[in-house]
Design a binder for this molecule. Structure first.
Ligand code: PLP
Length: 360
């Protein structure tokens, strides 16, 4: 009999969105935090042109892309590593720095893939409580054990949508031991660039990694491109365990062209924030508990798991798919991705109707 490795046998498969619309209903997916619009036309052109040379392997050093990112963010190109989505880099970090002798730590309601990456590396996965849906630096520090090797913090958080300041991140980093790698996952960083100074400079310490993604603000989720700023020594070990040809030529070309079109990406963020805040206002008016969000989604906090399940089921019956948050330890919550105005409005109107019946 063929049996998996014991740590794999004990794992559950990563839960992606279930997107099967009921018969006769059009699918309206607000479940995967995809961008509300396609990427910059320049990115599509660049990817299309790249298709004429697909007999060749892609550039394993992502030279054009990493130089574009270096120039944009005023960071050294040598420190940039790119991944097949930032998930690729998250898995690489866990594989390179954690194993069965140690532990990975994250906030209790963090991005669930941190747990998957730690478990794949056979490490223990510890969590620290959050404070009213927000990462708590004190709780994280109290949860550090002698065998903690990696701390993952998404900022802003997914699915919470909340953020902590640069000052808090520096306080966390300064209080962590020097042998603990801090990973700051800024998959939604472009949505908050206007609020605080960037934290890219922390990589210079040698013990901190900053991750970003092209899947959210840049609208390139389908091409799978993520990147991060890594200390040289950390980068060397991660490259040992990641696929050396990890991003397709089309993905690299599209991402580099998207970087060159900042005004398009900024406009996407502005459109998203406006629609998000308008929807949050309406849902609060209807009686829902929705915390402020710094991302391209909002979190609906229902009074209990059963109410969340009923609202989710009612919306699904109409083909509208939100994302239940049991895997992030928030089974009473539903996450809503911000889509274009007309699609988002369909969901908002349905929720306003459901508030009457479910929040009494
Ligand atoms: C979406 C998301 C990712 C994954 O991004 P990819 O680049 O598509 O792999 C990583 N971290 C967080 C917090 C996310 O929400």
């Amino acid at each position: 009999m063929i049996t998996p490795a014991s740590h794999v046998a004990a794992m559950t498969a990563y839960a992606l969105a279930d997107l099967e619309a009921p018969p006769g209903k059009r699918l309206l997916s607000l479940s995967q935090n995809e961008s509300l619009r396609p990427p910059s036309p320049r990115a599509i052109d660049a990817a299309t042109r790249a298709l004429t040379a697909t007999e060749l392997y892609p550039d394993p050093d992502w030279r054009i892309l990493r130089h574009a990112l270096a120039e944009l963010h005023d960071i050294p190109a040598e420190g940039v590593l790119c991944g097949n989505g930032s998930m690729d880099l998250i898995a690489g970090i866990a594989a390179a720095f954690a194993n069965e002798e140690n532990a990975v730590l994250a906030p209790a309601h963090a991005y669930p893939f941190f747990r998957t990456a730690a478990t794949r590396a056979r490490a223990r996965f510890d969590t620290a409580p959050e404070l009213d849906g927000c990462v708590s630096v004190e709780a994280l520090l109290s949860a550090v054990r002698p065998d903690t090797r990696v701390v993952f913090v998404a900022n802003p958080g997914n699915p919470t949508g909340t953020r902590i300041s640069r000052a808090d991140l520096i306080r966390l980093r300064d209080a962590l031991r020097g042998d603990v790698l801090l990973v700051i996952d800024e998959a939604y960083g472009e949505f908050t660039d206007h609020l605080d100074a960037p934290v890219f400079d922390l990589f210079k310490r040698g013990d901190t990694v900053i991750l970003r993604s092209f899947s959210k603000a840049y609208g390139l989720a389908g091409l799978r491109v993520g990147w991060g700023l890594f200390p040289a020594k950390v980068a060397r070990d991660i490259r040992k365990v990641t696929n050396p040809n990890n991003i397709s030529c089309a993905g690299q070309a599209a991402a580099a062209a998207a970087v060159a079109d900042q005004s398009y990406m900024r406009q996407t963020c502005d459109m998203t924030s406006t629609l998000r805040d308008r929807m949050i206002g309406r849902l609060r008016q209807a009686g829902f508990d929705v915390p402020a969000s710094f991302t391209n989604f909002a979190l609906l906090r229902l009074p209990d798991t059963e109410t969340a399940r009923r609202i989710d089921a009612a919306l699904r019956a109409d083909g509208v798919f939100l994302r239940p948050q049991g895997s992030a330890g928030l089974p009473h919550c539903l996450r809503i991705t911000i889509a274009e105005a007309d699609r988002l409005d369909i969901a908002t109107v349905l929720l306003e109707g459901l508030a009457e019946r479910t929040l009494k």
